[in-house]
Ligand binder design. Structure first.
Ligand SMILES: Nc1nc2c(ncn2[C@@H]2O[C@H](COP(=O)(O)OP(=O)(O)O)[C@@H](O)[C@H]2O)c(=O)[nH]1
Ligand SMILES: [Mg+2]
Length: 492
């Protein structure tokens, strides 16, 4: 156990009825005895000691600063004995009044008694090192502390409850079992019963691939749950991009005028739908412009598109907004090949698809009759490959339909057949899983429909086990642990 005593408030700053201070480390109760007196303020003749309290036993009393002998606050103290505490160490929690003066003075009293302030996530890191939870659970906890959306919270809770950990241990035990079998076959070649048949090999590999694929597929959704769905709104000037954003937000966020080229900077805004965070980027309308500022804006429109999960391509009036030929310069901007009139050019469609970015057509101003026929045209041309949605900012149902279609897209990312509830949301874990998948892939290539040489199989399985141990933290990587726990707040 760590004999370096640390303390911090576990509760958020700001005024509240109570604030809870945590002290952790060997000798926490002894330290508490230096500042805590049993009974109401003024009664100093109690001989009771914190060290003689049982675990989970509370005591009412007050705190005195050992340096100044001044009374700090009236408090309730709770004792935890090792290993039955959050960190797994001896701990004391002191509930004081939730104002900044009480909090500051209580922290000072602890420091005067010989305790240092905890760093970010230090309590949780100690808990992890004492085996209170696994690394994946710690990541879940870090996410939970930051999760604002309902789905994100649910995901973090699943991870915290160990659902993901159980998936990992299933893969781990399958790998271990396979590897043990393989070693037996290597050790005792004379015993045919230890042989691995190529049927068994295929079966085991199939099962490993299946489990990995399930986790990898869940990442597409997990990432969105955690980080939000990134949506870029693109289209020609006056297509109604800013109006759509405002309608979605139900707020006058972006400037809307009938002057083409109003939006020049990328405007970001968030909203949530069914517990998923939608992050919109309203961009500058795409057209040939000699205006330096507008040109830069248009460049950024495409940058936003390539960074998004989804591009909403807005089409407003028919030919009115078509891209005029740029007669002025031989050096046409690089993005010119991305548009044809007010529609995305095949090149853009291909590049977006290659990057896994989904494009939706949204035909705007459906309250105007001229635009109604445009919707039919676009639908005819693109509906085979792309969702085509009608929209008028005056029609709430159509606005909601856009949000619903985006949500359906999010749902479609998961592997429906797997009914995958547990989702990997951390890039670190995802990359680790990809590496394992790559090793198995290579093994399959070596095997070429039969059994690979046993020593190679053994090596590869060991490599998989090592990668998995890095993911789950069974073989802790100090740098990874640092990164994960640095996402916690002080006191957690
Ligand atoms: N009738 C109608 N006009 C719209 C609609 N959406 C946008 N507009 C108008 O189209 C013009 C350009 O809109 P704006 O949102 O600034 O387009 P942006 O350049 O693509 O951002 C403005 O005059 C808007 O009032 C719509 O759904 N119906
Ligand atoms: Mg605009």
């Amino acid at each position: 156990m760590n004999d370096e005593l640390i303390c911090a408030f576990a509760t958020a700053p700001g005024t509240a009825a109570l604030a809870v201070l945590r002290i952790s480390g060997q000798g926490a109760a002894q330290l508490a005895d230096k500042i805590f007196r049993f009974g109401p303020i003024g009664s100093s003749n109690s001989t009771r000691k914190v060290v003689s309290l049982n675990g989970y036993q509370a005591a009412y009393g007050h705190v005195i600063d050992p340096l100044t002998q001044e009374t700090v606050d009236e408090v309730v103290l709770l004792r935890y004995k090792e290993p039955h505490s959050y960190t797994g160490e001896e701990m004391v929690e002191i509930s004081c009044h939730g104002n900044s003066i009480s909090r500051t003075r209580l922290l000072e009293a602890c420091q005067h008694a010989g305790c240092r302030l905890a760093t970010k996530g230090e309590f949780s890191k100690r808990a992890f090192l004492n085996g209170k939870f696994t690394l994946t659970e710690a990541e879940g906890l870090a996410d939970l502390l930051q999760a604002e959306e309902k789905q994100a919270q649910k995901l973090a809770l699943q991870q915290l409850s160990g659902a993901l950990g159980r998936q990992y241990s299933k893969i781990n035990s399958d790998l271990l079992d396979f590897e043990a079998k393989c070693q037996m076959a290597i050790e005792f070649p004379e015993y045919p019963e230890y042989d691995i048949s190529s049927a068994e090999y295929t079966q085991r590999m199939k099962e490993l691939h299946r489990q990995l694929k399930a986790l990898l597929a869940g990442y597409n959704q997990g990432k969105i749950i955690k980080e939000g769905l990134k949506i870029a709104i693109l289209g020609a000037p006056n297509a109604g991009k800013s109006s759509l954003l405002n309608a979605i937000l139900d707020e006058d966020k972006a400037i809307v005028t009938d002057i083409a080229g109003t939006t020049r900077d990328v405007l970001e805004a968030e909203t949530s739908y069914k517990g998923i965070l939608y992050q919109f980027k309203d961009t500058a309308g795409i057209r040939n412009s000699s205006d330096k500022v507008e040109k830069e804006g248009i460049k950024r429109s495409f940058k936003s598109a390539f960074e998004a999960d989804v591009v909403l391509w807005l089409v407003g009036e028919p030919a009115a907004t078509a891209l005029p030929a740029d007669s002025s310069s031989a050096s046409a901007p690089e993005w010119e090949t991305y548009v044809q009139g007010n529609l995305p050019a095949p090149k853009l469609l291909q590049e977006l698809q290659a990057k896994g970015i989904k494009l939706f057509f949204v035909v705007t101003k459906q309250d105007l009759s001229a635009c109604k026929s445009l919707f039919r045209e676009i639908k005819q041309q693109y509906a085979v490959n792309y969702p085509v949605l009608p929209c008028s900012v005056y029609n709430r149902t159509e606005i909601t339909q856009i949000l619903t279609s985006l949500y359906d897209y999010y749902l479609s990312l998961g592997d429906q057949s797997l009914q995958q509830n547990v989702k990997v949301s951390s890039l670190r874990q995802y990359q680790g899983l990809c590496e394992i998948e790559a090793i198995l892939q290579k093994l399959d290539e070596t095997a070429a429909a039969s059994l690979p040489p046993l020593d190679i199989l053994d090596q590869m399985l060991q490599a998989c086990l090592e990668k998995l141990a890095l993911i789950t933290g069974q073989k802790p990587d100090e740098a990874v642990i640092e990164t994960i726990f640095s996402r916690f707040c002080v006191g957690k």
